[in-house]
Design a protein around this ligand. Structure first.
Ligand SMILES: *[C@@H]1O[C@H](CO)[C@@H](O)[C@H](O)[C@H]1NC(C)=O
Ligand SMILES: *[C@@H]1O[C@H](CO)[C@@H](O)[C@H](O)[C@H]1NC(C)=O
Ligand SMILES: *[C@@H]1O[C@H](CO)[C@@H](O)[C@H](O)[C@H]1NC(C)=O
Ligand SMILES: *[C@@H]1O[C@H](CO)[C@@H](O)[C@H](O)[C@H]1NC(C)=O
Length: 293
């Protein structure tokens, strides 16, 4: 009965043919990490499409994040014709490994390298414009966004991350993979801008090329990743870009009531959400503007 109605209205055919999230079993991954790759190619992909890599939080997965109505990137992809890649964590609890040396090092073999391989695969197989590769993520995905910006700066144009911690803040002193770090999550991992910058430089020694511009969102009432982590991220990326920790401009109540947008030159932007907990909801429009989409 339902089938007949759907078929007669043509709904069935269009639903069956509509774009969907698809696993890419072999993406030429040469990392030790066995992170899985999923891709969403909308029906109307533009020529030499931009790519947004959307990185899930703990206890989630590529499929769950894709289906989460609070995660707006599928809609953005449908509307604008860019491709999205959805990495899925191989670790138990599905947090990303942002603690081991191998993930915190360029070509170190960890989860970060697996995601870099997904980007390279998308460039070669889907004709993605290598100059328009963007990364976003929430919570653990935001931590990984910072780590990717530090370990694979040559692949990424811009990052928009929601409620993370500075690259290297979750480092495990014993080198453990995918370890929680209470010192960092509690906001006790504090360092000078120069120290945080050195942490980034050490993840890819000798790299002197361009780096992705960073948009960093955090809530003032975050009890999972203390708000101090916002300050540490700002210190880190302003230092990397050789700019002051004093904003060049601040806009109150933007992009929303209670939020403050702080610009630190053209390459670092912080958006601090007063009264918002973990994690700050994604704002598709604001992230797309940051990416130039
Ligand atoms: C893995 O792939 C990357 C990207 O193609 C390449 O630069 C690197 O040399 C490869 N590493 C190994 C160990 O094969
Ligand atoms: C947690 O991270 C900090 C840096 O943010 C590091 O100094 C510390 O050793 C880490 N703790 C553990 C238990 O690995
Ligand atoms: C910051 O300054 C250093 C030293 O002059 C330079 O090597 C580096 O490229 C600059 N970083 C950026 C992102 O412009
Ligand atoms: C998202 O950001 C845009 C500006 O980039 C703003 O106009 C819009 O109101 C914001 N939406 C929400 C829900 O905060």
């Amino acid at each position: 009965m339902l089938f007949a109605i759907l078929a007669s209205t043509g709904l069935l055919a269009s639903t069956a043919m509509a774009a969907s999230l698809t696993q890419v079993p072999n993406y030429n991954n040469n990392a030790t990490s066995k992170a899985q790759m999923y891709v969403y190619k909308p029906d109307n992909v533009v020529e030499n499409p931009p790519l947004v890599v959307v990185i899930h939080s703990c206890q989630s997965s590529a499929q769950a994040y894709f289906q989460n109505s609070a995660i707006p990137w599928r809609q953005g992809s449908d509307k604008k014709g860019y491709i999205t890649v959805w990495p899925s964590s191989p670790n138990s609890g599905t947090c990303w490994d942002v603690s081991s040396k191998r993930s915190l090092t360029h070509l170190g073999g960890g989860d970060s390298q697996a995601i870099a391989n997904m980007i390279l695969y998308a460039i070669s197989e889907y004709k993605v414009d290598p100059e328009r590769v963007y990364v976003t993520g929430g919570s653990s995905g935001a931590m990984m966004s910072n780590v990717l910006a530090a370990t694979y700066p040559e692949l990424i144009k811009a990052v928009s991350l929601y409620s993370g911690v500075a690259a290297g803040c979750f480092v495990s002193s014993s080198g453990g993979v995918d370890q929680w770090n209470n010192t960092c999550s509690g906001g006790q991992s504090r360092a000078t801008p120069e120290k945080w910058k050195q942490v980034v430089l050490d993840m890819y020694p000798g790299y002197e090329g361009p780096r992705p511009k960073m948009q960093i969102w955090h809530g003032s009432a975050d009890s999972t990743l203390a708000p101090q982590n916002y300050q540490e991220e700002i210190k880190q990326w302003t230092a990397v870009f050789n700019v002051s920790q004093e904003p060049t401009s601040s806009v109150q109540n933007y992009p929303k009531q209670g939020y403050t947008t702080n610009n630190f030159g053209d390459f670092v932007q912080g958006i601090y959400a007063q009264g918002v907990g973990h994690s700050v909801p994604s704002n598709l429009t604001a992230s797309e503007i940051w990416f130039g989409l």
